[in-house]
Design a protein around this ligand. Sequence first.
Ligand code: MG
Length: 243
Amino acid sequence: MFEQAKYQYLKQTASSSFQPKAALIDMDGVLFDSMPHHAYCWTKLFRSLGFSFEEKEAYMHEGRTGKATLEILYRRELQRDPSDEEVKELYGRKAEMFDNMPAAPIMKDADALLDCIRDAGMQRILVTGSGQTKLFDRLNEAFPGHFNENSMVTAFDVKQGKPFPEPYLMGLKKAGVAANEAIVIENAPLGVQAGRAAGIFTIAVNTGLLEDEVLLDAGCNLLFHNMSELKAAWPEIIKAIQL
Ligand code: MG
């Protein structure tokens, strides 16, 4: 199964080799079980504005910058773009709500998987659409020794967030590797699209509310249902990749 995914990737990208030296890892819904918190805050914010919005929709927007999400909702509900002031005020409100919620739990086996990635000799680069500084502070505490400011791409670094390839292209640059020398680990459909648009082998972990088909349609190369499943399969994935 994993070998097949590898050959499919080589064919799709017309690459002659696939030798991953870095894992580009999303944060929300991958390292932290924070998506229920984000979905709750977005829903509360948009409903306070009189917008129609279901929690599940937050999972479809996951990975976009806050600004891009606000623009989409404003255009749909008010047929106009939000002003810079509105973006600042509303994203500030959402971030404050998030900060006042209990800390999001660490995703089960995320730390063990990061250790496996390190033990396979691969760099770990964080690539997130988030601008939630509180979670960044928690990274070092939750996953000591895995990330530092030179190995992170955040909402503050990119012009065009996911689903555009820019965050992952920037991740490749930080790692100093080519697209066929990396893997992406993502939970969101827009994140999977971004990884694939950057030409990278993309592993999806479906930790949220969406159907598997949404992630498969976004183009993931492999799909797991949680980090424990991915961690259990890791030795076989590495074996297949190195063939
Ligand atoms: Mg995510």
